[in-house]
Design a protein around this ligand. Sequence first.
Ligand SMILES: [Zn+2]
Length: 234
Amino acid sequence: MGNYLEDPPIKLLDFMLSDISDYGGQIDAILIAGDLVVHGLSNSDPNHANWPKMKDVVSAITASVRRQFPGVPIIPSIGNNDVLNYYKTPNEDKKALFYGDLYDIWFANTAQAGVQNTFMQGGFYRVDLAEGISVLSINSILLNTLNSVSETTSETLQRQWLEDQLSNTSDSSRFFLTMHIPPGQWWDTHWKKYWKDDILDAYLALFATYQSRIIMLLSAHAHPGEVRAPVSAK
Ligand SMILES: [Zn+2]
């Protein structure tokens, strides 16, 4: 069903979701780690974007998940194929449009509508699942080496927010951290880092400082299944 290098038909997605649902059991939340949109639709040219088409894809997938799992919180992260321009977060002039549209699709009129304030600041937010258990969704596109935009306020705000979440809490609170692009390295023709050096150092220091409160970091992007161990001390 479907063609290689194209989005799968919605029928295939519905079939997969219904198969997951058939396993039964309680599903407390659905974490979607990004790249909902097919490769190549997110344009590399900053003067051009395929956002209306991309938005339709994100909306259709979200609606399909919601149909199969009504009322279950959906906690997405933004992928490098889901942004207006490939691997780049929007500059100040497009922030309201981009984050506003995603907010409307993912959270408006749901129990997660309260994420609006931080989501509009840069695509990051917190969802509380149960007493003492929360998910922090990080916008890793702000952090990646190919994000050459001039707007850096969002990343500063996200980093401060993340530290506030991890530090201003009781000792028994625990967090799942989700993002699209993981920290660390990958191999092309040589080792490359996913995140910018100074940003990587700062976030790894935060993860190390608050490791007792972090249950796990979940990411996508690297197509093979991988288990990574961030450094536990600086
Ligand atoms: Zn990706």
